[in-house]
Ligand binder design. Structure first.
Ligand code: ADP
Ligand code: TRP
Length: 321
């Protein structure tokens, strides 16, 4: 069974990305024998327009996955744009992609609602994503909830293409791990790079401390008993600490006499306990960026072999052979 997933290099990854995506993907490599993970840099171009920032974020995501334990011997790990065949497949799929269906995509509508220009790239984003998935004949695609509709579009495109031109594509299944809680940001909304409320994964100790000390709280005095579930520090702590430690903090907050300053210090300690091994491995890898680039290139070479097979079948089906 082939598992495939992609992550956009649209900025520096944060604690929410680590707990909600990277960690799960890395854990899956032990359970599946065939994994394809890639850095979706073509997709990121819909939001990143600074070339230096794109290069930096792409390498940053590679470092994050490798430091989190991704094993390039087990996983075909590559950069989307190193396999340009995906663009040709996007075109072939776009012949069965109806405009009215794409106009209904939540993520497209959401971006327009936030004032983004309705570009063709933003509009055809789901077709490129379908090409990613179908090109590698993926069986299972783990994604966040927000990507569910893109998977439905992928399946629709595969069915329509197969019906029109013969059985070329395998139908993939989406897999939305529901065990993954959404990690709140420092302001209590979902932690997201778009909201400026993140706790960094790879920033300096000083940046991490600043983010944690900046978590928004109410102004209850130290003595007051506090409801943990109403508290941003505790809600983030729960995602980082062991269940026993989280239960201890909840108890202290409820009892009163435990202030937010102490809770923040405890969160900072738990953050470092969880992430320092990752952070040390990342720093070591960062000192050898050429090795990281070589690994991505080796992954792309493997991915390309598979990509060419599917593309050849699709070309043949439409009469381009
Ligand atoms: P962002 O919201 O920062 O732009 P993305 O949408 O690029 O993040 O998400 C990349 C991956 O990280 C997705 O799989 C998504 O489900 C996961 N993720 C993002 N934010 C969180 C969060 N706050 N908690 C848990 N998982 C998250
Ligand atoms: N759109 C996905 C996201 O923003 C990233 C992505 C691109 C992807 N291509 C993919 C995920 C293919 C899974 C499969 O999270």
């Amino acid at each position: 069974m082939r598992i495939l997933t992609g992550i956009q290099p649209s900025g520096r990854l944060h604690l929410g990305n680590y707990l909600g995506a990277i960690r799960q993907s890395v854990e899956l490599q032990a359970r599946a024998d065939d994994c394809y993970y890639f850095i979706a840099d073509y997709h990121a171009l819909t939001t990143v327009s600074d070339p230096a920032a794109l290069r930096e974020a792409t390498l940053g995501v590679a470092l994050d996955f490798l430091a989190a334990g991704l094993d390039p011997e087990k996983v075909v790990f590559f950069r989307q744009s190193d396999v340009p065949e995906v663009q040709e497949l996007t075109w072939l799929l776009s012949i069965v992609a109806s405009v009215s269906r794409l106009e209904l995509a939540h993520s497209y509508k959401d971006k327009l609602a936030h004032g983004k220009e309705a570009t063709h790239a933003l509009f055809s984003y789901p077709v490129l994503m379908a090409a990613d998935i179908l090109l590698y004949r993926s069986d299972l695609v783990p994604v966040g909830k927000d990507q569910k509709q893109h998977l439905e579009i992928t399946r629709d495109l595969a069915v329509k293409f197969n019906r029109k031109f013969g059985e070329v594509f395998k139908l993939p299944e989406g897999f939305i791990p529901d065990s993954v809680a959404t990690v709140p940001g420092t302001d209590g909304q979902k932690m997201s790079k778009s909201y400026n409320n993140t706790i960094p994964l790879s920033g300096s100790d000083k940046e991490v401390k600043k983010a944690i000390m900046g978590i928004v709280t109410d102004s209850a005095p130290v003595e007051a008993p506090k409801d943990p579930e109403q508290n941003n520090i505790y809600r983030i702590y729960k995602a980082v600490a062991t269940p026993e430690k989280a239960a201890e903090m909840a108890e202290r907050l409820r009892a009163g006499g435990y202030g937010y300053g102490d809770a923040k210090k405890e969160l900072l300690r738990a953050y470092h306990e969880l992430l320092d091994p990752f952070r040390e491995r990342r720093a070591a890898l960062e000192a050898h960026l050429d090795d990281v680039r070589d690994r991505l290139a080796a992954g792309a070479a493997k991915a390309r072999v598979e990509a060419r097979k599917t593309l050849a079948a699709a070309r043949r089906a439409v009469g381009l052979d």
